[in-house]
Write a protein that binds this ligand. Structure first.
Ligand SMILES: [Zn+2]
Length: 461
């Protein structure tokens, strides 16, 4: 393959990797109806789960979803559910898929200086989804099929296998149009950020950081810059949007969990020795650093050293009881070390501090299960499930806990729901059919299961 073709394919890969991956061809005047976008999103998620390395640590999953949902609520009612995923990939990138699925690379999360900066990126991507930008970009002379785009996005045999030259050209031709949409995403993005209580200036500071990287390392241009070309106009556009909306810096957030999340991502990559060395050094410089103490506690927990984890976390809590999720961390560490009474007390404090945080109930449920308090465990998981209805983890835990209680109908029902939330339709059908056999045929649960089965089967047709 010629170098030029390679370059074009490479380019197309990044452009498509932008927020805007494209649905099947649809005449511009007649965009696909909403449920087509939802369907594309679901198909994409299913493939993405197979082909991308997603981070499933509960704290990380909740972090991006919590920031994302806060932005979505500032946008107003939406025709589809938004979901946010973290991809283990060192390249600085983020992209959105029609129908509300937004993917952030770990390489981007590790480059942000604050959660507000993440909100800037997510706000921008939400506008691409909300504005149906992928659909608005379609209708070019050489439309790209959904399948080839799935291939491009997800790698697979590599972009070369997925795109023909003509298709690559078609994508590159759409670049100028993309810039227009990028501007719209920037402008509305900062508006939603401010509406959700994030500092809109962070959108600017993130762009400037990325720009600095580009100057320092012109060889390795991050995908985010290929898809979001940084121009003086773009930065000026964000500045003027902040001015014109008279957006103000909100009162500072009490605690920013960003550093903890970045540390968890390193631990997920098995860099715990480096993390421990780094924060012990930091602690040496400043023995009163509650942050270093908490992150050391988190790292030791990760390595199964519960007593050490408890020791560091207690010291962190005595210095800063408002450390991000510190009582939850303590609750988990005490659960593992078998000190259930102390674990329970830590979770009670966590509930009082953050009553709407599903992670608190998910982890408390694990404590109650260990204590063989199954009804309490079910209660905690139900609470987590209600607070985060699109998150598969609480539904899965509910299924297991009900199973231990020998309530098979409920067990299969929630396991089926967890498969459904993870886009595993076939498994969801078999599990829900088992649930149906185990519940009273005249019960309302039976009715709900039948309706859910109907919906899943209908969309397969
Ligand atoms: Zn964009």
């Amino acid at each position: 393959m010629s170098r030029r073709l390679c370059y074009l394919l490479f380019c197309a890969y990044f452009i498509v990797g932008c927020a805007s991956y494209q649905p099947p061809k649809a005449p511009f005047a007649n965009p696909p109806v909403e449920d087509q976008e939802v369907r594309i999103g679901r198909e994409f998620r299913r493939e993405a789960r197979k082909k991308l390395k997603l981070v499933h640590h509960p704290e990380v999953e909740r972090y991006v979803n919590q920031v994302g949902q806060r932005l979505v609520s500032a946008v107003g009612p939406q025709p589809f559910d938004y979901r946010f995923f973290v991809v283990e990939n060192s390249q600085l990138n983020a992209f959105a898929v029609p129908g509300g699925s937004i993917y952030i690379h770990t390489g981007l999360i590790e480059r942000i200086a604050s959660t507000d900066e993440l909100a800037g990126v997510l706000g921008h991507e939400i506008v691409h989804v909300k504005g149906h930008h992928a659909v608005r970009m379609s209708g070019g002379p050489d439309p790209i099929s959904l399948l080839s785009l799935l291939g491009v996005f997800l790698g697979g045999a590599g972009p070369q296998a997925a795109l023909t030259l003509g298709q690559a050209l078609a994508v590159t031709r759409q670049l100028s149009y993309t810039r227009q949409l990028e501007q719209e995403a920037d402008t509305l993005g900062v508006k939603y950020m401010a509406g959700a209580g994030y500092d809109p200036q962070a959108a600017l500071s993130f762009l400037k950081t990325v720009d600095q990287d580009r100057v320092l390392n012109p060889i390795e241009i991050p995908p985010y810059l290929m898809t979001h070309p940084l121009t003086p106009e773009r930065i000026a556009g964000v500045e003027s949007a902040i001015r014109s909306f008279a957006l103000k810096q909100p009162k500072s957030e009490s605690v920013d969990p960003m550093k903890k999340i970045q540390t968890l991502l390193r631990l997920e990559r098995h860099e715990s020795d480096a993390v421990v060395a780094e924060y012990e050094k930091a602690l040496g410089r400043n023995p009163q650093s509650a942050e270093a103490l908490q992150l050391l506690g988190v790292a030791h927990h990760y390595n199964g050293r519960w007593a050490r984890a408890v020791d560091y976390l207690e010291r962190a809590r005595s210095l800063n009881p408002r450390g991000p999720g510190i009582d939850r961390d303590l609750g988990r560490a005490y659960t593992q070390s078998g000190e259930f009474r102390l674990a329970g007390a830590a979770f009670e404090r966590a509930f009082a501090a953050e009553p709407n945080e599903p992670l608190n109930y998910l982890f408390a449920g694990e404590l109650y299960e260990k204590e063989s308090k199954l009804p309490e465990a079910v209660g905690a998981y139900l609470r987590a499930h209600n607070l985060a209805p699109l998150w598969p983890a609480p539904a899965r835990h509910l299924g297991i806990a009900y199973g231990k209680m020998n309530r098979l109908g409920d067990a299969y029902y929630y396991l089926g729901r967890s498969h459904l939330l993870a886009d595993e339709d076939e498994l969801a059908i078999t599990t829900l059919e088992r649930a149906l056999k185990s519940v009273e045929p005249t019960s309302s649960r039976s009715q709900v299961i039948r309706e859910e089965l109907e919906t899943i089967k209908a969309r397969k047709r």
